[in-house]
Design a protein around this ligand. Structure first.
Ligand code: FAD
Length: 383
């Protein structure tokens, strides 16, 4: 039975599981779902009860059900998912490196793919009028990619960028960069029933970011960082989240550091119960864990990811070494992945004991997607 907007509100929005990715907003054919404060979708008038919004939501399926559809087999690594190559990558261009969060690998990779024509746009995240307010952008040049480089650690309405790429920029083959939940939504867009397939089918490459969780812009960046810590957001040059620390680099003052355990309570609820650290369903995953300072760890997962990486390599915009040649290497990634899976299991157990609402896929297992849908997914993703 097709689930409708009312089910989305009941299963996802009301219990607080919405991540604000705005896949439902982007895919709504009637444009009757709008984002409001904290990126949460709200139903306006004009809904025709088509159910497409529910079909896009990454929070209503067990992400593990994607494993077989994408990779055809069980994960090669229980903690990291399926991958065929692990590398430490660094952009060669000084400006890309300076703007990049770690090694500038994502920016260098996408810039090469734009130069080649492998993609004709990339959905990335820049900032809006308010400092550090994340806004989805469509980058079609290296300059725009550099403008959007660096991590934004707050809820991001990423799929508004995909909608713009298709409807405003008329792009035909885009890369999307996103957190693990964004990557799940992007697959839902492609093969759930019903869906707004013209958005999903425009995605040529999925670049997933390792993710320790996101915060809310108002509650964390404005109220805690700006008001309580007196660190004006306009003065912040960069945020970083690694090795158990949340670091705030200020333009004219020494950096400030917070223990992640101290700010954990501001991490979004859906992130607390997410067990995917390395974006296990991306074509290529990128993060800082595993690589030394100034490099990004890159896990190549699918044939599409391998093909895109090989195309990009020819442009010599980055250097790559095997991750096993650097420290802490893959074990550093596995350690963080294990910690996130453990924390998620613990949080779910607490919620169960306290009889709090659970994500719908933990209450009842959804049926497997029909075989023909899996076949079409495989041909589209060339897995
Ligand atoms: C919310 C969040 C949490 C993270 N947590 C961890 C962690 O705990 N451990 C770890 O090892 N790595 C984590 N990362 C990944 C890490 O911060 C870097 O993004 C990654 O190493 C790539 O660095 P780079 O220099 O290669 O990328 P860059 O060249 O700087 O490019 C980064 C790309 O990501 C896009 N982007 C930025 N923010 C977002 C966002 N919120 N959603 C979607 N796209 C975005 C940018 O627009 C840009 O295109 C996290 C990233 C995010 C966004």
């Amino acid at each position: 039975m097709v689930k409708l907007i009312g089910d989305l509100i009941k299963d996802v929005i009301e219990p607080g599981f919405c991540l604000g990715c705005n896949a439902c907003v982007a895919a709504c054919p009637m444009q009757c779902i709008k984002k409001e404060e904290n990126e949460i979708p709200v139903l306006k008038t004009g809904c025709i009860n088509c159910g497409i919004c529910y079909g896009q939501c990454p929070q209503v399926v067990d992400p593990k059900t994607l494993q077989k559809a994408i990779f055809g087999d069980n994960p090669t690594d229980e903690l990291l998912g399926t991958y065929t190559q692990a590398l430490a990558v660094e952009a060669k261009d000084a400006i890309m490196k300076a703007h990049g969060q770690d090694g500038g690998a994502v920016t260098a990779l996408l810039s090469s793919l734009l130069d080649d024509g492998y993609i004709d746009g990339a959905v990335v995240v820049g900032t809006g009028e308010a400092p550090w307010q994340p806004v989805a952008r469509v980058a079609t040049t290296t300059g725009e990619l550099i403008e959007c480089a660096g991590s934004k650690y707050t809820r991001t309405p990423l799929f508004i960028g995909l909608r713009d790429a298709v409807n405003l920029y008329y792009r035909k083959r885009v890369a999307i960069v996103g957190t693990p939940c964004n990557i799940v939504a992007s697959w839902r867009m492609q093969f759930s029933e019903p869906t707004n397939r013209h958005l999903g089918e425009t995605i040529r490459l999925r670049v997933g970011l390792f993710c320790g969780g996101v915060f809310r812009y108002k509650e964390f960046l404005k109220d805690i960082i700006e008001r309580q810590l007196r660190a004006p957001l306009a003065e912040v040059a960069k945020f970083d989240m690694k090795d158990g620390r949340f670091v705030i680099y200020l333009r004219h003052k020494p950096k400030r550091e917070l223990a992640l355990s101290a700010v954990k309570r501001y991490i979004d609820l859906p992130c607390k119960i997410c067990s995917d650290f390395t974006a296990e369903f991306a074509d290529i995953s990128v993060g800082s864990a595993g690589s030394p300072h100034g490099r990004s760890t890159v896990l190549i997962r699918t044939p599409t990811g391998a093909e895109a990486f090989d195309v990009a390599k020819k442009f010599r915009k980055f250097s790559a070494v095997e991750l096993e040649k650097v420290k802490p290497g893959i074990e550093g990634v596995r350690l963080e992945a294990k910690a996130k899976k453990g924390a998620a299991a613990k949080e779910l157990e607490i919620m169960r004991r306290q009889k709090k609402p659970l994500p719908v896929w933990l209450q009842e297992r959804p049926p497997e997607p029909p075989k023909e849908t899996i076949e079409s997914l495989k041909s589209i993703s060339r897995v």
